[in-house]
Design a protein around this ligand. Structure first.
Ligand SMILES: Nc1ncnc2c1ncn2[C@@H]1O[C@H](COP(=O)(O)OP(=O)(O)OP(=O)(O)O)[C@@H](O)[C@H]1O
Length: 285
């Protein structure tokens, strides 16, 4: 059974459609990357999945039930947002104490290890933390909560590269021992390219791409060379982008067609390049 099923989901705010007939199924025990441009609808979708917002229309099920005002679902969900707020006078350790009460699967020993990894000052007031330290608080709560559905919405604003790597490493280690359904929304696509198992690309409130990462890795290519040779090589394959200069042609292809001629060069596209090209192509339609 899918962990999340969304069918024809629409969310309209006054005068604006944030989700526009979006359909999606997320497999359980998988790390999903949720990608898309600013304003694509990612946060709105996550807010609906976690019962913080109610859809205008459509079907939403999390673990087989609608999340709306449903403790049986919401007790199994943890949502960490970019600008997570805590009561302003809380100290770091008090935020964790509150999370321990709210989260059924909370692992305090694991939270303590993560506090050391991120070098967080436990006794400091949350409002005095640096931007990155504040993000680390959310990440620790999201990991130590061990919720069956954990959603991280751009969780690492201000977090330095070392701390981001600690997050990715701990997430993978913990996921290997305790598989659960994780949704990670991020704009740092290449950083998470090896971490995510499944990629969902949202654009203008719809799903533009919904694929296993393994199928995407190394599949899309950039091809360049003499225009005629490249055109012959690319024949019949979906073209994501095309540019021609002085008899030389460069195309980005959604799939690698096979062995190229000797004067045609073929390079793999990164996940980020593929996402950008696919989004641009979607926007042109
Ligand atoms: N409460 C609201 N009232 C009106 N419009 C809203 C509201 N919340 C979100 N929107 C609009 O809905 C669209 C989707 O917003 P959303 O926050 O879901 O995007 P996002 O994909 O998470 O973007 P980002 O990557 O910038 O965080 C945006 O155009 C946003 O301005």
């Amino acid at each position: 059974m899918s962990a999340v099923v969304v069918e024809d989901l629409t969310m309209r705010y006054r005068g604006h459609t944030a989700l526009n007939g979006l359909s999606l199924a997320l497999e359980p025990d998988t790390v999903h990357g949720m990608l898309g441009r600013n304003g694509a609808g990612k946060t709105t979708l996550m807010r609906i999945l976690t019962g913080q917002e109610f859809e205008t229309s459509g079907r939403v099920e999390v673990f087989g039930q609608p999340p709306r005002e449903n403790p049986a679902v919401l007790n199994r969900v943890c949502f960490i947002r970019e600008a997570q707020r805590y009561p302003s006078n809380y100290k770091v350790r008090e935020a964790f104490a509150a999370a321990a009460i709210a989260c059924r699967n909370w692992d305090q020993a694991y939270a303590d290890r993560l506090v050391k990894d991120f070098e967080l000052p436990r006794d400091r007031q949350i409002k005095k933390l640096s931007r990155g330290q504040l993000s680390a608080v959310g990440i620790i709560i999201g990991l130590a909560a061990r919720a069956p559905l954990t959603l991280f919405d751009e969780p690492y604003l201000g977090l330095d590269a070392v701390a981001r790597q600690i997050f990715y490493d701990r997430l993978l280690e913990d996921f290997a021992e305790r598989p659960r359904t994780i949704v990670l929304s991020t704009h740092l696509i290449d950083e998470v390219a090896d971490l995510v198992e499944h990629v969902v690309l949202i654009d203008h409130g719809k799903v533009l791409m919904d694929q296993d990462a393994d199928q995407l890795r190394g599949r899309a290519v950039s091809v360049s060379g003499p225009a005629e040779a490249v055109a012959a090589y690319a024949d019949g394959v979906p073209v994501l982008h095309r540019s021609e200069l002085g008899g030389r042609l460069r195309v980005a292809l959604a799939e690698r067609p096979g062995r190229p001629a000797r004067d045609v060069s073929v390079d793999s596209l990164t996940l980020q390049e593929l996402i950008v090209l696919t989004t641009n192509q979607g926007d042109r339609k």
